[in-house]
Design a protein around this ligand. Structure first.
Ligand code: NAD
Ligand code: UDX
Length: 468
């Protein structure tokens, strides 16, 4: 098998950036270039003060060690393709907004454009690796495009190597992955290409954690893993509704269930609903795939996971309105957290956006604080979520603050939407002093100590527990 010395990654986003930076760190003998058509993003990756375009604990340290040594960020995709032996395609694959499969299918336009550019530019053979999450059998389309457009003496081997990192823990997930999955055709050439990629990971990942499978299994495993993880959250969230109605406590139920070694304790935290760029998109992708394969029962089974998530968000907004004496019109509501989970500045599909949209439609005033999300991103997301409102009107109803305390002044209720650790450590007695009374806390993340807060005087409503 070919010993890879030059790697290109097309797409410098949440996945391409951290994964290939870690490859550069762990493989000093390999030159890694991460290329993107978005110049602002590349400039940020190259910024002298390391003001990187994404926030991930530990990422800056990795980039500081390798940038300029064997890690380069560039907008010159063409040069990158020409020089590389192995190319990761790590571009975005969002849900289609229009056309066939709108609202469900993955938009493969970016993958196709990157593939066509590889075929057009390459003058030597390449291993092309699907890093993006794609529907099952996309590698087949990539191969057809590459073979139909390649120059003589250029061969392309296609691998699937889906990424399992979670945002907020990307660097530790990459340093210590549960597994690396590589799918290839089961031909001699396919297996050789697979061995070349496995050899890169073998620089830091134990061999038994590098799984090699067929191409289609690899592609489907990624969708399956995300669907089953999200299904666990929707299951626990469905149970949280029963807990609120009966007096059972979802934390105790999840703990008891997760103690079963067949189940395991992780990923059983009830919440205001899962967010992030992957879960919903990948499940809808699976739903679309099932429907295309004439498997409507399978499609509706998975669709229910997303529907339960929408229900959970709606149910939480309604609980806020119901508890605040059935009206929040003209009231000040504080939303703590805007990111889709802690330790990231990413807001894609964040539950906070849906909650704020619901509060705005009740004509409440909303005060937002998040430790990492940029102000411009909050305005962008709210404008997109509230198409019937102008940005000026949104800005009349929403204020963005610099601290949790400042955001809660004169509020009737504080809503915890993201599980940032600092919200646990707020001086809640001080927050209470400055709020209107009765002062309410709605904990959508099982984050704060409800008993301690109610001793201060708060009325507390926690997801999966009756109100106190
Ligand atoms: P992203 O939007 O952050 O990054 C994608 C980048 O690709 C963008 O910067 C875009 O400008 C660039 N791009 C698009 N077309 C290009 C082209 N032709 N040439 C050069 N650059 C191009 O997306 P992401 O979050 O990094 O996700 C990438 C893929 O990885 C998706 O398929 C996603 O489903 C998958 N994934 C994401 C995560 C996650 O946690 N975000 C985890 C696992 C897998
Ligand atoms: C997910 C997968 O975990 C990862 O393997 C895949 O590569 C990309 O998609 P990510 O979306 O970054 O990662 O974060 P994750 O930790 O999975 O959280 C997703 C959402 O679920 C967040 O909104 C999180 O707050 C929520 N969540 C997670 C819960 O509500 N309860 C839980 O127990 C776990």
């Amino acid at each position: 098998p070919l010993k890879v010395t030059k790697v290109l990654c097309i797409g410098a986003g949440y996945v391409g950036g951290p994964t290939c930076a870690v490859i550069a760190l762990k493989c000093p003998h390999i030159t890694v270039t991460i290329a993107d058509i978005n110049k602002a993003r590349i400039d940020a990756w190259n910024s002298l003060d390391f003001n990187l375009p994404i926030y991930e604990p530990g990422l800056e340290d990795v980039v500081r060690q390798c940038r300029g040594r064997n890690l380069f960020f560039s907008t010159d995709v063409v040069k990158g393709i020409k020089e590389a032996d192995l190319i990761f395609v790590s571009v975005n694959t969002p849900t289609k907004k229009s056309g066939v499969g709108a609202g469900f299918a993955a938009d493969l336009n970016y993958v196709e454009l990157a593939t066509r550019q590889i075929a057009e530019v390459a003058t030597t053979s390449k291993i092309v690796v699907e890093k993006s999450t794609v529907p099952c059998r996309t590698a087949e389309s990539m191969r057809t495009i590459l073979e139909a457009n390649s120059k003589p003496n250029c061969r392309f081997d296609i691998l699937s190597n889906p990424e399992f990192l979670a945002e907020g823990t990307a660097i530790s997930d990459l340093f210590n992955p549960d597994r690396v999955l590589i799918g290839s055709l089961q031909t001699t050439e396919g297996k050789d290409a697979c061995a070349s990629l496995a050899a890169i990971y073998a620089n830091w990942v134990p061999k038994e954690n590098i799984l090699t499978v067929g191409l289609w299994s690899s592609e489907l495993s990624k969708l399956a893993a995300n669907a089953m993880l999200a299904q666990r959250i929707s299951s626990v969230n469905a149970l949280s509704a029963i807990c609120e109605a009966t007096g059972a406590n979802i934390d105790e139920v999840a703990h008891a269930v997760g103690y079963d070694s067949r189940m395991g304790p992780k990923f059983l935290k009830a919440s205001v609903g899962f967010g992030g760029s992957c879960f919903q998109k990948d499940i809808l992708n699976l739903v679309y795939l099932s429907e295309s394969l004439h498997l409507p029962e399978v499609a509706s089974y998975w669709r229910q996971v997303v529907e339960m998530n929408e229900y959970q968000k709606r149910r939480f907004s309604k609980r806020v309105v119901d508890t605040l004496f059935n009206t929040i019109t003209g009231k000040q509501i504080t939303v703590l957290g805007f990111a889709f989970k802690a330790d990231t500045g990413d807001t894609r599909e964040s539950a906070a956006i849906t909650l704020i949209r619901d509060f705005l439609s009740e004509r409440a005033f909303v005060n937002v604080y998040d430790p990492k999300v940029e102000e411009s991103q909050i305005w962008y997301d709210l404008a997109e979520a509230c198409p019937t409102m102008t940005l000026d009107n949104i800005k009349k109803q929403v204020k963005i603050h610099k601290s949790a305390l400042e955001a809660s002044k004169n509020a009737e209720a504080v809503v915890i939407a993201t599980e940032w650790k600092e919200f646990k450590e707020i001086d809640w007695a001080e927050v209470y002093k400055h709020m209107k009374k009765p002062a309410f806390v709605f904990d959508g993340r099982l984050l704060v100590d409800a008993d301690a807060l109610s001793k201060i005087g708060f009325k507390v409503a926690t997801i999966g527990r009756p109100s106190i």
